[in-house]
Design a protein around this ligand. Sequence first.
Ligand SMILES: [Zn+2]
Length: 101
Amino acid sequence: MAMPQRVRVGGVILNVPGSEPASPICSAKGCRADAVWVLAWNNPKLHTPDRRKTWLACEEHREYLSKFLGVRGFLKDVVLLEDWESQEPLERQEPPQSPEA
Ligand SMILES: [Zn+2]
C-alpha cells in the first residue's frame, strides 16, 4: 500500500512557497513526526544574507538538526512552528484584536 501524500486535514499547513513541504512534517531523514519547530538557516555560499531556508523538526530531532546546521555556521534561528507561522508575512494577515476596541 503506497503511502499517501503529506496531506493533513484539520491541521496547520505551513504556507511556504517553493520546494518546502506543504505540511508540517519533521525534516529529519525518515522521520514523519509532526513538526513542532522551525529551524531557519542560511548557507552564505549559496544564499544572500537575508535569505532564509527552513527545516522543520519534531521535538526529538530539534537538537540533532540544530547541531547539524550549527556546526556549519548555517543556523540562524529556532522558533516554534506556531510562532513562525504567526510572524510570517502571509497574505491572510489578521489584525490583532484590541481588548479596548
Ligand atoms: Zn523528527
